[in-house]
Design a protein around this ligand. Structure first.
Ligand code: ATP
Ligand code: MG
Ligand code: MG
Ligand code: MG
Length: 567
């Protein structure tokens, strides 16, 4: 007897591996390979095999449902993007080597989209005319390309990956704020539906350079982001600047190159240079030609921690009058000042010390010390100047903060008029004037989320998928294939479970029971139903809950009743 609604292990392409692959360092990478869900095609480029594709589709479905529920409309933009648009926004130059560029046969510049602000702004510029058509939110679920300096950890940091990206367009800040709030709530629900232990980390929670943005972090040791969080729910980014670990090509002979063996994090670098880590100022996207992270060291703790600044167009920060006063800076003397400049002035004035810039060199194990801002590198965007450490008291409730690592699974962002202004995307406002659209952008790393889920749901035997994203809900395991009692009973059971609305797979391979158990645990079906001769004689099968390992007998009669009831 066969049943079209169930999947068969004898037919499925699930090439499981007994041993850990040597080039995989973390659980999700190892287990997704071992469970036969993904295969590496090139560095940071993966193929999804049938079960992996099913999980991906489940994650996508949850994301899609939550997007549709808040009125975001699905579209599909091309991955191949004309360079022209990137020149308009200024990012053809600014994006750096992460942008995958190519030239067509007519010598026209293109890139493979790492994100789609340019494309969508150009679209809306042509299609929307009036405030009456606003607000509008569009999204897509699509492949993205980023030539990451260091692709690693399988799906966590790849060069080709799946992202859901949404973009919203507004006539007013209130309208942008509303959509931003709706998106944030949807992102929370997405994480919850996938049983994710996550923290929303607001980048402007008392930190400098705060643009309105929030990152959703899945807590996991393998995560690249360092966080502090509190039982009350407050969390902040304490970025450890992993970028320091892998400096890229960047050669400025004028700077002092020092060997920094074994230095991979800011903490290690600070220790190496004998500077307290609390005195580091970190630039998240401080940039040289290679897009390296740049760190400013200021000896000793200082008032920077209290510095408040406002973001202005262009990614720089503007000190408020209050700040200027607080730091003894002469009002008006600096104009709209870049924060790095302010940091130098403040450091120089209050500590009589010139800050020391350290950037990654073009060799692993080396850094440049004494680089000059504006000469050797520039800084586009600053964050995390207020460094919060584990043990500090929570700014919200006063309890001591805990340290944790996180995986950035998604991010919401208020862009304002950054792109619409640069690209001349305007609409007619209610008063008849032409105004640039206010925009928001919102990204979910769909393939990264799949890996993040595995990081949080695994044990020594394999993956334990949450029900909502599992490749199937239940695996029926006939202990003896070909047995004229066990086999038909298992087939009927599988059919019954499918009738109850479950997604069912049957392990009908002619393998030893031990092999089947091991594969079922490795692949991570949430439920396993074991059909054996002895149980059948008593009218029972055994059901195992993968996550907890709990086992229980269920009577076949009860199941048949349930199916009859459901029909
Ligand atoms: P990261 O800080 O990890 O480099 P990002 O801030 O550059 O990520 P965004 O531009 O915010 O990423 O993109 C939206 C989402 O896309 C991220 O929150 C993340 O989930 C996902 N993402 C970004 N880069 C990658 C990558 N290299 N591989 C897989 N997913 C990624
Ligand atoms: Mg990135
Ligand atoms: Mg990020
Ligand atoms: Mg991000």
């Amino acid at each position: 007897m066969t049943n079209a609604n169930i999947m068969r292990m004898s037919e499925l392409c699930v090439p499981t591996l007994k041993e850990d692959p040597t080039d995989a360092e973390i659980a999700s990478h190892k287990l997704l390979l071992r469970a036969g869900m993904i295969r590496k095609t090139a560095s940071g480029v993966y193929t999804f095999l049938p079960l992996g594709k099913r999980v991906l589709a489940k994650v996508e479905r949850i994301v899609r449902e939550e997007m549709d529920a808040i009125g975001s409309q699905e579209i599909m933009m091309p991955a191949l993007q004309p360079g022209e648009l990137w020149h308009e926004s200024g990012r053809w130059n600014d994006y750096g080597p992460e942008l995958m560029r190519l030239v067509d046969r007519h010598d026209r510049e293109f890139c493979l989209g790492p994100t789609h602000e340019e494309l969508i702004t150009a679209l809306v510029r042509n299609e929307l005319r009036s405030y009456k058509e606003l607000p509008l939110t569009l999204y897509q679920i699509q492949v993205k390309f980023r030539d990451e300096i260091r692709p690693r950890f399988g799906l966590l940091r790849s060069r080709e990956f799946i992202m859901k990206d949404a973009y919203s367009f507004h006539a007013s800040q209130e309208s942008l704020q509303k959509t931003y709030d709706d998106m944030s709530a949807a992102y929370g629900r997405i994480c919850e539906r996938m049983d994710m232990d996550y923290r929303p980390v607001e980048a402007d929670s008392g930190q400098i350079g705060g643009s309105v943005t929030c990152e959703f972090m899945a807590l996991a040791e393998a995560g690249e982001a360092e966080l502090v969080h509190c039982a009350c729910g407050w969390a902040a980014n304490a970025e450890a600047g992993d970028c320091l670990a892998r400096p890229t090509v960047y050669d400025v002979p004028a700077m002092e190159k020092v060997a920094t063996p074994g230095v991979h994090t800011i903490a290690e670098l600070a220790a190496f240079l004998d500077i307290p880590e609390s005195s580091t100022v970190k630039a998240l996207s401080g940039k040289n030609d290679a897009g390296d992270l740049v760190v400013l060291f200021i000896p000793g703790d200082h008032e920077l921690n209290e510095l408040k600044a406002e973001r202005v167009a262009g990614g720089f920060t503007l000190l408020t009058d209050e700040d200027m006063e607080a730091f003894g800076l002469h009002k008006g003397s600096m104009g709209p000042v870049g924060l790095p400049e302010a940091a130098r002035v403040i450091a120089a004035r209050s500590l009589q010390a010139v800050p020391k810039w350290v950037v990654g060199a073009n060799e692993d194990g080396y850094h440049y010390v004494g680089a000059q801002l504006g000469v050797d590198f520039k800084v586009d965007e600053w964050a995390d100047l207020c460094i919060v450490q584990p043990g500090d008291s929570c700014p919200k409730c006063g309890l001591p903060l805990e340290g944790a690592r996180g995986i950035e699974v998604s991010q919401v962002f208020q862009l304002g008029d950054k792109y619409s202004k640069a690209m001349g995307a305007t609409f007619m406002a209610e008063d008849g004037s032409e105004q640039p659209f206010l925009m928001g952008c919102y990204g979910v790393g769909v393939s990264r989320t799949m890996a993040a889920i595995v990081e949080q749901h695994n044990d020594e035997n394999g993956i334990a998928w949450p029900f909502s994203v599992a490749p199937a809900h239940v695996c029926v395991l006939p202990l003896t294939v070909g047995d004229d009692e066990v086999q038909p009973a298992a087939e009927k059971l599988a059919g019954d479970l499918a009738k109850l609305g479950l997604e069912v797979v049957i392990d009908d391979r002619k393998e030893r029971a031990g092999v089947k158990f091991a594969d079922a645990d490795l692949v991570g079906w949430p439920l396993q139903v074991v059909v054996g001769k002895r149980g059948l004689a008593e009218g029972k099968v055994e059901i195992k809950h993968r996550k907890t390992g709990a086992r229980r007998d269920i009577s076949l009669m009860a199941l048949t009743d349930a199916v009859a009831f459901a029909q």
